[in-house]
Design a protein. Structure first.
Length: 134
């Protein structure tokens, strides 16, 4: 459970549970343990629970998304073509951000473990991040 909690709150890395059906057949303890772990993940963490097939599909579609960026003065401009639902973008230098716009609309970021993250919708977008002038 600590590995799962740390992944959700600190590391943000995938947790893979390999649970062979052979050991569940006729063994209520194993089946109950797996069910309780899945219930914990779904209720107590922000981790995405999925099958390996759905993860591979998500990864392949995500890899087709495009992103490029340039900086000018204290502004970072990011052009992206998002080809998968459920993506987000980790913004660099989170402590120095003044404002963030996506397609000329002011947006709020979410802070997770000190990272500023914005949600990306499907399609082409222009993201502008304004930083402090130092």
């Amino acid at each position: 459970i600590k590995l799962i909690s740390d992944s959700s709150e600190k590391n943000h890395s995938p947790v893979v549970l390999l649970f062979h059906p052979h050991y569940c057949i006729g063994n209520g303890d194993s089946a109950n343990k797996l069910a309780s772990i899945i219930k914990y993940i779904e209720e107590k963490t922000r981790l995405w629970t999925t099958s390996i097939e759905d993860f591979i599909d998500f990864y392949e579609k995500r890899s087709k998304s495009e992103i490029s960026c340039k900086t000018e003065n204290c502004c970072l401009e990011i052009e992206c073509n998002v080809r998968q639902k459920g993506l987000s973008l980790n913004l660099p230098y989170p402590d120095d951000i003044i404002k963030t716009e996506i397609d000329d609309e002011l947006v709020s970021s979410v802070t997770i473990s000190g990272r500023k993250i914005v949600k990306l919708e499907y399609g082409k977008h222009l993201i502008r991040v304004q930083y402090k002038n130092e």
